[in-house]
Ligand binder design. Structure first.
Ligand SMILES: Nc1ncnc2c1ncn2[C@@H]1O[C@H](COP(=O)(O)OP(=O)(O)OP(=O)(O)O)[C@@H](O)[C@H]1O
Length: 309
């Protein structure tokens, strides 16, 4: 067993990947031939608490999240501002946009090689200020995509489909049902000293990196180390055209539609005409409050990303 001069800690979310992450971890852990610690999260927010506690060790620690975007949001949020915690991941979620954007380990051997010359990159994290403060590593927004995430998370069908290994189908079913019932909204955006009004809005997403929704390149220009965020507003579309636009998001070519507006700024303040579903890194974050301001901005503190690409 190789001795490594850096704490290597795996945080495993057993719920990630529609419940498949724990068995994937058991298979992966058999291939590890170096010293490590492992923690299996027991509830939402647990990964964040674990990393907060690791920071007190006062030495370099490589924290590898074994989960999806929600797990990585907690780890990156807790690591923000720490000189010692280096964040990496193994993609074991459903969407894995964090791994897509920031890179990830595929094997234990790669981890062993990485720690020999551990290179890091100081990376932005976004924050949402309104009801309380929440941090996001990839994206956070309001509207149709958040409504789908809420419908999926709150339904019993998902648990049932997970049991028969058809968890991904639940996402598709809820995209279709939400498309039929979603009420578009009125949106006001303040950024760079200007106020812009949009009506019949389907979604408004603030991105720190290009991907969201499991591989959709919603914000092709986003870079996580440039000190700014990008806002994408999709509005004034019929249901049918929305589907057509969604089809182009995987390649990033949706930006040519005039109904897709993109803005870049270090801070955006949004308000909606009525309460609209909200997400933070793809996880259900409740509803906006009508006419209450929500500010999305780049947080002052950065997190140390393991530089893998
Ligand atoms: N033991 C647990 N029980 C219930 N929820 C948990 C537990 N541990 C972590 N969580 C929560 O599960 C949520 C979802 O996990 P995660 O986002 O990593 O997986 P995923 O949804 O499959 O992947 P992705 O977001 O990439 O689609 C996280 O926000 C986390 O807070």
């Amino acid at each position: 067993m190789q001795k490594i001069d850096m704490n290597i800690i795996f945080i495993i979310n057993p719920q990630a990947g529609n419940g498949a992450a724990l068995s994937a971890w058991h298979r992966f852990s058999k291939t590890i031939d170096f010293e490590y610690e492992q923690y299996v999260t027991e509830y939402p927010g647990h990964a964040l608490q674990l990393v907060e506690a690791f920071k007190a060790r006062g030495r370099d620690i490589l924290v590898i999240g074994f989960g999806g975007d929600g797990t990585m949001r907690e780890i990156a949020a807790a690591a923000a501002g720490s000189k010692h915690v280096i964040v990496a991941s193994i993609a074991a979620g459903s969407g894995n946009d964090f791994a897509r954007a920031y890179g990830c380990f595929y094997s234990a051997e790669e981890i062993q090689q990485y720690v020999q010359h551990a290179q890091t990159q100081d990376t932005d994290i976004g924050e949402v200020l309104g009801h309380n403060c929440q941090l996001f590593a990839s994206s956070s927004g309001i509207g149709f995509d958040a409504a789908v995430a809420q419908a999926v998370n709150r339904s019993r069908i998902k648990q049932w489909l997970n049991k028969i290994r058809l968890g991904k189908l639940s996402y598709f079913l809820f995209v279709v049902s939400t498309l039929m019932t979603f009420r578009t909204f009125q949106l006001t955006v303040e950024s760079n000293g200007e106020i812009v009004n949009f009506d019949r809005v389907w979604l408004a997403t603030v991105s720190n990196q290009p991907f969201f929704g499991g591989g959709m390149k919603i914000s092709p220009q986003s870079k996580a180390d440039d000190g700014v965020l990008e806002l994408t507003v999709v509005h004034h579309l019929s249901r049918l055209k929305l589907l057509a636009v969604f089809g182009t998001v995987f390649s990033g070519s949706h930006t040519r539609f005039q109904e897709v507006v993109q803005l870049s700024s270090a801070s955006f303040t949004l308000s909606t005409g009525h309460a609209v579903p909200r997400h933070v890194d793809g996880d259900d974050a409740g509803l906006t409050k009508a006419d209450k301001l929500l500010t999305y901005r780049v947080a002052e503190e950065k997190w140390r990303q393991a530089k893998l690409q």
